[in-house]
Design a protein around this ligand. Sequence first.
Ligand SMILES: *Cc1c(COP(=O)(O)O)cnc(C)c1O
Length: 397
Amino acid sequence: MIPITKPVMGEEEAQAASRAVLSGWTSQGPEVAAFEKEFAAFVEAPYACAVSNCTTALHLALLAAGVGPGDEVVTVSHSYIATANSIRYCGATPVFVDIDAQSYNLNATLLEAALTKRTRAILCVHQIGLPCDLSAVIDVGRRHKIPVIEDAACAIGSEIFWNNEWQKIGAPHGDVACFSFHPRKIISTGDGGMITTRHAEWDKQFRLLRQHGMSVSDTVRHSSAQVVFESYPTLGYNYRMTDIQAAVGREQLKRLPGIVAQRRALALRYGELLKNIEGLGLPSEPDWAKSNWQSYCIRLPVDCDQREVMQWMLDKGISTRRGVMCSHREPAYAGFDIRHSLLHSELAQDQCILLPLFPGMSLGEQTYVTDALRQACENRYLKLSQVSEAARELLGG
Ligand SMILES: *Cc1c(COP(=O)(O)O)cnc(C)c1O
């Protein structure tokens, strides 16, 4: 069986977890602090705050941007459902805009028309690791004085050409960026998230809210020579990462450059192996973006049935996924006001499939996948010619 992905974990991570377990301090503590520092250095962000996952990161980012009941946040439907859900946690309404058919990212030319008097934030997504058109998005945000939040769940290690140099996603280029360490992403802590921001005040707020809104953190209280009574000035949450997770994350961060380099090489090879299949749409990077290739998304020829192709691949022991979901099509979003056409979002969900891609994937495995896909696409042509043959007979030659 060829899986869709495989986390890269080894003895280093196991020993790091063991170190945290045996240290006597397993909840948010020194390992979390060290992980934050190392992560901030990696993406060159002024502040990084670790949390329990990317969904809670998005919730805190939206709260910091001032999003509350009655507000609107412009975002994409074509994303994992957590993107839109995090807006609803604030009592606000997601306003969906369509994606660009080639990049699968928010179509920035549609952004301005989606803004209303109630728009409190723009939540853009770097979908499956490819940076979205940040300069256009941030330009709209600046002109309308609306904060820009980057859902960078899948985009750890991705880069954008900015101010004449390659910069990591998460600097951040908007006001705040949120990352995920779920195993389906690039590096993992089991579950986990990170928020980077350029605003000192926002970072302070994240630290307060992730720990029940408690005025004094338990690490400070623990190490104080004086008796300290904490207070709770505001409604907070338990969105903490544990030290066991952070210890694993620090090891994962060391592997990250190697993982991204491998993923980029595998994506390049997929491009070569797939380039001659008629009607197949291949992913590409604009010249200002470098994807970490969290997923390799291809668009099937228009007359190919997605489910049939995926079943064909599965029968050959190859795991695939359909295109990224559209939140507005889920029952949880029934009755939501869909103001703008989401045609390209829906087409991408229905026509695309994600191919297996993981570090260590061999040329043999990749060729096996691309051969199976080629056969699936050629079967379709076979079927079509059989149909026309039958049709011709029916019509009397
Ligand atoms: C995975 C994902 C999330 C949610 O991340 P968790 O860490 O699982 O909460 C949010 N947004 C996008 C785009 C994702 O891919």
